[in-house]
Ligand binder design. Structure first.
Ligand code: B3K
Ligand code: ZN
Length: 910
C-alpha cells in the first residue's frame, strides 16, 4: 500500500507488544480464482482472548475491496466498524464471534509478489511477513494460530492443478468448466504460513518411508518442460527428512509434503506448511544448466525450508521482533545439515569457511552501518527490511555458540526441551534461551546480550610465555562499536576456542590453571579449550606449557567477532601449514594475504590521486612493484597448500582465494574501491606469474572426466581447477586464453562452462565476445542461465555504467522479474565496486534511477537495492558527496514505499 507522500511511516516497537484481543480457532476460505478479480470468502471462528485486556476486534487488510462483512450471521453496517489505513476495527463484539468476510483482490495487477499474484499464468501466494492481509481481512500476526480449511475453485483447463496447505480431502467438477479442490491443514498455524498454488504444473513424486515406518507422499511441482530438473531437489528433500530424524529426532508430521517452483519470487523460498514455494533458482538443476554452487544452494535451501517445519511452523514467533528465533535457528540447522552431508572433517571445515565468508562479507558491514540492528531488534518501520544477514546469519552464529558452550549433547537436550515446552505455540527468543539454560543447568543470562546488542564485537588478544614458570597467558580485551540508537555496549559472553601449537606444529596438551585434572591423565580433555570471555578484559593462564607455543585462537570461528592478534608473517605461514584446525589454517592464509593487499592498496591509492590514463597505469605498477612486501612468502605458502596431498581440493581452493574486495573494504578506514581492486588484481597477476607452472599442474590434476556428479569431492576438484584457471587468466597470456577457450568449448557441465566464460569475459582473450553471444544463443530458453549471463556482465571488470545501461535495453531484460533485476542491477551495484563507485558518480545516478523505478514495481526488491549505499560514510569525501546527493534524490521522490523510505532515511541520518 502506498503511503501518503507527506507522511513519515510509523515505527513499530518491540516494547509495545500486546497479546491479541481475540484468538482464532478455525478459518474456512473459499477462493474463486480469477486473474483479474478473485473473490475470497472467509469464515473465521474467534473468541475473546482471556489473556488480553483489549476489547474490540482488530483485522488487517491491504489493497482489498470489502464486499460484505457479517458478524454472527448479521451483516455489519458501516457504522458498526471502522475501516482506516489498512485496519478494520469492530469496537463492540461478543465473546464468541463468527466473522464472514468477502473480499476481492486483483492478482494480475499485483507486481509486489506479496499476497495472491500471477506468475506466467499461474497463481501463487506469498504471505510472510504480512501478505495474508492482501488476501482477506484478518488478525494477520504470527501469534494468532488457527486451523485452516481451503476450497479452491477455478477453470479446469487453465488451472488443472489446485494446491493448498495440508491434505487434499475432496475434489471434483463444478459443471461450468470449473473444478474444485478442498484442502485441510490438520495443524494450527499463523496466517503467514498460508499458501495456495493453482495452474498448469506437473510433478515428480514418490512415496517415502519415514524412520517410523509411516509412508509420506513427496512432490516437486514445476512448469511443464522442467521435469528433467527436479531430481536434485527431491534427493535433497529426502536427505533433509532423514537428517532431521537422526540429528534432532524430528519427524515429518504430514502425510504429504509439496515443493512448488515459481519464476517470479521475492526471495529464495517459503516454508508454508506442507506447501513450500520456491524460487526456481533453488529447485531446478541439471548438469548442463546448474553449477556446483547451484546444486549446493538447492540442497541448503530445500533443507532450510523443510527444517522450518519444526523450527518456525510447529513452534513459531510471538511477534516479528523474534524473527531470528526461527531464522537463526533454521539457518544453523541447514548449515549443520550441509556439513553432515559432506561428512568428512575437512568437508565440514569448507562449509564453515563458506558460511563465515558470507558473514564477513555481508553481515559485518551491516553491523557497522545505518541499518545495524540486534539479532532481536527493538524497532522497525517495515518488517520486510529485517530479513537480513543479521537475523539469519548472525542469528545462526548465536545458536551455534550455544552448541559450542553446551556441547552437542547439551544443545540437543535444550532443543528437546524447547519442543516439549512450546510445540504449537508462538514464542520469543528468551524462551529458546530458557530451554537451553534449564536443560543444562547453566547460567546464560549474560548471553542475552547477543540478542539485544547490535554491532560486531572486537577482540584484542595478547599473549605472554613465561619460560621459567612454564605458563602461558592469553589476555583478551573485548569492545564493541556504537550502533544507531545504542551508544553503550556491555561485555558479551564470548566462547573463544583455543589451541596451542608446538614448534613442530603439533597441538600441545592443554591445562588451564583453574583445572584440577592433568590432561595427560585425561586425553578426553582434548587439544582445544573453549575459554569463556565474559568481562571487558580477562587473562587465562595455561600451565605446564613446555615451550613457547604459537596460539591458534578462535578455532572454527567460535564466535562472530573481529579478532586482532599480533602474529608475525612467519607465524601466519606456520599456522597455514600446520594448524590442526582447518578453519584457522585458512584464516592464517587470509591474514597473510590481507597484509600484502593493504600495502598494495595504499601504494595504489597514492598513484590514483596523482595520475591518470597510461601514466597512471605505469605509475601504479611501479608503486606496487616496490610495495610487494610479503607476496613472495604468500606465493610460497600457497604453493605448499596447492601440493599438500592431505587436503581436500575444496579446502585448497578456499585457501588460495584472496579476501574479496568487500572484505578488504571493511578493513580500510576510508574505502578506495579502485585502489582495492587494482591491488587485488595486481596481486593475483603476480601470483599467476610466480606460480604459473604450479597452476598448470593443478589445473590438469583436478579434471573430472566422466559423468557429472555434484558430490563434494568432484565439486571441490572443479573449484580448484577453475581457481587455477582464473589465476592463469589474470596472467592474461595467450596460452591461458587458449586454455579457457578450450574449456569453454569442451565443457560438459555448467560449472566448467560458466567458469571458463567468466574467465574469458574478465580477460583480453580474443574470443570473449563470441563466447558471450554463443552462450546467450545456446541458453536463451533457460531463464536461470540467462540470469547468470546478465550477472556475469554486471560484475565484469570491464563493465561500466554505460555497459550496464546498454544491457538493460536487451530484450531479455525486465525489472518485473526479481531474479532478472537482481542478476544485472544488483550484481553491478553490489559486486562491481570499482566500476559502481566511478569517480564521476555515474554509478550512483544509475542506482537512484533503478531504486525509484523498481519501487513502482516491487518495494521489497527496491528496498534491497537501496541498501547498496549503506556504507556511504566510509568513502572519501568526493564519493560521499555524490552518494549523499543520490540518496537525497531518492528521498525526495514522491510516493515512495515505506520499505525504501526506511532504508534511505536511516542511511541519510547515519
Ligand atoms: N521465511 C521466508 C522468508 C520470508 C521473507 C519475507 N519478506 C524464507 C525463509 O527464511 O525460509
Ligand atoms: Zn528461513
Amino acid at each position: 500500500m502506498r503511503n501518503d507522500p507527506a507522511a513519515t511511516p510509523s515505527t513499530i516497537y518491540r516494547k509495545d507488544y500486546i497479546a491479541p484481543s481475540y484468538l482464532v480457532d478455525t478459518v474456512e476460505m473459499g477462493f474463486d480464482l480469477d486473474p483479474v478479480s478473485t473473490r475470497v470468502a472467509t469464515r473465521i471462528v474467534m473468541r475473546r482472548n482471556p489473556a488480553s485486556l483489549a476489547k474490540g476486534i482488530v483485522l488487517l487488510g491491504e489493497e482489498l475491496e470489502l464486499v460484505t462483512l457479517r458478524l454472527n450471521g448479521k451483516r455489519l453496517k458501516p457504522a458498526q466498524y471502522l475501516l482506516d489505513g489498512g485496519m478494520l476495527r469492530i469496537p463492540l463484539a461478543p465473546a464468541k464471534v463468527i466473522l464472514e468476510i468477502e473480499t476481492l483482490t486483483q492478482p494480475e495487477k499485483n507486481t509486489s509478489l506479496m499476497g495472491l499474484y500471477v506468475s506466467n499464468g499461474n497463481f501463487f501466494t506469498q504471505c510472510e511477513a504480512e501478505g495474508f492481509r492482501k488476501i482477506t481481512y484478518f488478525p494477520d500476526r504470527p501469534d494468532v494460530m488457527a486451523k485452516y480449511t481451503v476450497m479452491l475453485r477455478a477453470d479446469r483447463k487453465k488451472y488443472p492443478v489446485l494446491l493448498s496447505n495440508g491434505n487434499l480431502i475432496e475434489k471434483g467438477d463444478l459443471g461450468d468448466g470449473r473444478h474444485y479442490a478442498k484442502w485441510e491443514d490438520p495443524f494450527k498455524k499463523p496466517s503467514y504460513l498460508f499458501a495456495l498454488v493453482a495452474g498448469k504444473l506437473v510433478c515428480q513424486q514418490e512415496k517415502y518411508m519415514l524412520k517410523s515406518g509411516r509412508k509420506v507422499l513427496l512432490q516437486v511441482w514445476v512448469e511443464k518442460g522442467n521435469l528433467d530438473k527436479t531430481q536434485h531437489a527431491m534427493d535433497s528433500l529426502k536427505n533433509s527428512i532423514r537428517w532431521d530424524e537422526e540429528r534432532f529426532g524430528l519427524e515429518l508430521d504430514l502425510d504429504r509434503f509439496m515443493i512448488v517452483a515459481v519464476g517470479d519470487f521475492n526471495m529464495g523460498a517459503m516454508e508454508n506448511k506442507g506447501l513450500n514455494i520456491f524460487n526456481t533458482k533453488f529447485v531446478l538443476a541439471n548438469p548442463e544448466l546448474a553449477t556446483d554452487v547451484d546444486y549446493a544452494n538447492i540442497e541448503a535451501v530445500v533443507g532450510h525450508e523443510y527444517f522450518h517445519n519444526w523450527t518456525g511452523n510447529r513452534v513459531t514467533c510471538r511477534d516479528w521482533f523474534q524473527l531470528s528465533l526461527k531464522e537463526g535457528l533454521t539457518v544453523f540447522r541447514d548449515q549443520e545439515f550441509s556439513a553432515d552431508m559432506v561428512g568428512t572433517d575437512s568437508g565440514r571445515a569448507v562449509k564453515r569457511i563458506d558460511d563465515v565468508r558470507v558473514l564477513r562479507q555481508a553481515q559485518f558491514p551491516e553491523d557497522a552501518g545505518p541499518m545495524a540492528h540486534s539479532v532481536r531488534p527493538d524497532a522497525y518501520v517495515e518488517i520486510n527490511n529485517f530479513y537480513t544477514v543479521t537475523i539469519y546469519e548472525k542469528g545462526a552464529e548465536v545458536v551455534r555458540m550455544y552448541q559450542t558452550l553446551l556441547g552437542r549433547d547439551g544443545f540437543r537436550k535444550g532443543m528437546d526441551l524447547y519442543f516439549k515446552r512450546h510445540d504449537g505455540q508462538a514464542v520469543a527468543c528468551d524462551d529458546f534461551r530458557a530451554a537451553m539454560v534449564d536443560a543444562n543447568g547453566r547460567d546464560l543470562s549474560q548471553f542475552e546480550r547477543w540478542y539485544s546488542q547490535a554491532g560486531t564485537p572486537k577482540l584484542q588478544v595478547t599473549t605472554h610465555y613465561d619460560a621459567l614458570k612454564k605458563t602461558y597467558d592469553v589476555t583478551m580485551v573485548q569492545s564493541c562499536q556504537t550502533t544507531p540508537g545504542q551508544k553503550k555496549k556491555l561485555p558479551f559472553h564470548i566462547p573463544v576456542a583455543v589451541g596451542l601449537l608446538d614448534q613442530h606444529g603439533f597441538d600441545m596438551p592443554l591445562r588451564l590453571k583453574s583445572e584440577a585434572i592433568n590432561p595427560a591423565q585425561d586425553p578426553a580433555l582434548g587439544i582445544t579449550r573453549v575459554l569463556e570471555l565474559t568481562k571487558a578484559k580477562q587473562t587465562f593462564r595455561f600451565i605446564d606449557v613446555a615451550e613457547k607455543p604459537v596460539p591458534s585462537i578462535l578455532r572454527n570461528f567460535s564466535a562472530p567477532v573481529v579478532m586482532d592478534i599480533d602474529y608475525t608473517d612467519a607465524e601466519l605461514a606456520f599456522l597455514l601449514a600446520h594448524d590442526s584446525d582447518p578453519f584457522n589454517r585458512w584464516e592464517a592464509g587470509q591474514r597473510l594475504a590481507t597484509r600484502s593487499l593493504i600495502v598494495l592498496t595504499n601504494a595504489a591509492k597514492n598513484v590514483i590521486g596523482t595520475a591518470d590514463g597510461t601514466a597512471r597505469k605505469t605509475a601504479m605498477t611501479a608503486a606496487m612493484n616496490s610495495a610487494v612486501s610479503n607476496s613472495a612468502a604468500l606465493a610460497e605458502a600457497f604453493r605448499i597448500i596447492l601440493f599438500d596431498g592431505t587436503l581436500d581440493a575444496a579446502f585448497q581452493e578456499l585457501a588460495v582465494t584472496l579476501p574479496s574486495e568487500s572484505v578488504l573494504a571493511e578493513q580500510s578506514d576510508v574505502i578506495d574501491p579502485q585502489a582495492i581492486h587494482a591491488a587485488r588484481h595486481y596481486l593475483r597477476s603476480k601470483l599467476a606469474h610466480v606460480l604459473n607452472e604450479d597452476l598448470w599442474v593443478v589445473y590438469y590434476a583436478n579434471e573430472t572426466p566422466g559423468d557429472y556428479s555434484p558430490d563434494a569431492l568432484a565439486a571441490g576438484k572443479r573449484a580448484l581447477k577453475n581457481v587455477a584457471l582464473s589465476y592463469l587468466m589474470d596472467g592474461d597470456d595467450a596460452d591461458s586464453h587458449i586454455l579457457a577457450q578450450h574449456q569453454y568449448d569442451g565443457a560438459t557441465n555448467m560449472t566448467d562452462r560458466f567458469a571458463a566464460l567468466v574467465a574469458l569475459t574478465n580477460s583480453s582473450a580474443p574470443g570473449k565476445a563470441d563466447a558471450l553471444s554463443q552462450f546467450y544463443a545456446d541458453f536463451a530458453k533457460e531463464p536461470l542461465v540467462i540470469d547468470k549471463w546478465f550477472a556475469l556482465q554486471g560484475m565484469a571488470r570491464t563493465s561500466d555504467v554505460a555497459a550496464v545501461r546498454q544491457l538493460m535495453q536487451h530484450p531479455a531484460f525486465t525489472l518485473n522479474n526479481p531474479n532478472r533485476a537482481r542478476s544485472l542491477i544488483f550484481s553491478f551495484c553490489n559486486n562491481n565496486p570499482a566500476n559502481f563507485h566511478a569517480a564521476d558518480g555515474s554509478g550512483y545516478t544509475f542506482w537512484a534511477d533503478q531504486v525509484i523505478a523498481l519501487d513502482n514495481v516491487n518495494p521489497q526488491v527496491a528496498a534491497r537495492l537501496a541498501r547498496a549505499l549503506d556504507r556511504w560514510r566510509k568513502y572519501g569525501s568526493g564519493l560521499q558527496d555524490q552518494m549523499r546527493s543520490a540518496l537525497q534524490r531518492v528521498a525526495a521522490t514522491p510516493d515512495l514505499s515505506k520499505d525504501v523510505q526506511e532504508v534511505i532515511t536511516k542511511a541519510l541520518a547515519y
